[in-house]
Design a protein. Sequence first.
Length: 359
Amino acid sequence: MDGKNSLVEFIVEVGRVPIIPLLGFPGRQITNSSIKQNVFNSGVHFLSLLELVDRFQPDAIFPMMDLTLEANALGASVRYHLMAPPSVDDFLITSEEDMEKVYPVDILRDGRINVFLDTMRLMSAHFTIPAAGYVIGPYTLASQLMGASQAAKAVIKKQDFLEKVLAFSTHVIGLYARALVEAGASMICVLEPSSMMLSPRQFERFSGQYLSELFTSFDANPILHICGDTTHLIEKMVATGAEGLSLDSMVDFSAIIRQLPEDVVLIGNINPVEIMLLAKPEEVHARTRQLMDQMNGFPNFILSTGCDLPEDTPFDNLDAFMSAGSGLPLGTRPPAEKVLTAEKVAITDLFKSEWQRSD
């Protein structure tokens, strides 16, 4: 990438193992807002993230994870839940004629896409830590556009048609990824959960080659996130050119990190539900320390959660996670650092006053 440090160089700059939990949804606890309000309002969304950054001092920050943005912008029916992420309700593409209808759509004119772009502009302008963005993966978007079962069948029976949908999906995702980079994102995490069910050979053909094309299309650190047990896909995931692999809690990091090139960073992988949501702070701290000990000596590791955190994740558990990652005893919070720019007070007061007026 031109002009961008690699993820390994980012780790060196931090000077220790970076701590980047997949925050976002828990921020609604501080702003007393719903998830739906955040994904429709850049001011509320930014304020939720700002409060998280101020409270927990992560080394980078992601927005709330929304896997429906690109499909919604193309015209797919999406169900908006008050206290849960949106979900795609129906699919758009069953034939090449259907594809012709969506080709002319400019997703960068979509309202919700612009909410997230505006949120990114605020993040990059007012945080001194890296602002990271999410985009969906090509095979996952194709699964949303075609329907998950139809996409799975197409892997065997309609490969040529699937590849046309994948090429289109990659083009659409690239438009949004580059817009996020222009808005200030220094890292782009591609969410490709649907590919977990593919064999290594299928992954290479129906996901990997399109991910490689996508990663070379934007000037930011490319990260690949796939949920579930992706042990069988690690080699193919590395081959995509991703600088970082964000992997779920089912993956044995102590084994996987020995398989990775030194310039590929392993990111994760504390269980977001079993540990971060449901466990006591003592167990969160112990499990996080255990992972840190297993990764000791490996310079290509970033401490994170295995996936995005549930919106009701206890803040005591997040404190325990951050303390353990910093090598501090339970109940000791990491020292505050300057992660917000000087405009923090003014921008916070502005959005808080607007939010309170609308409450």
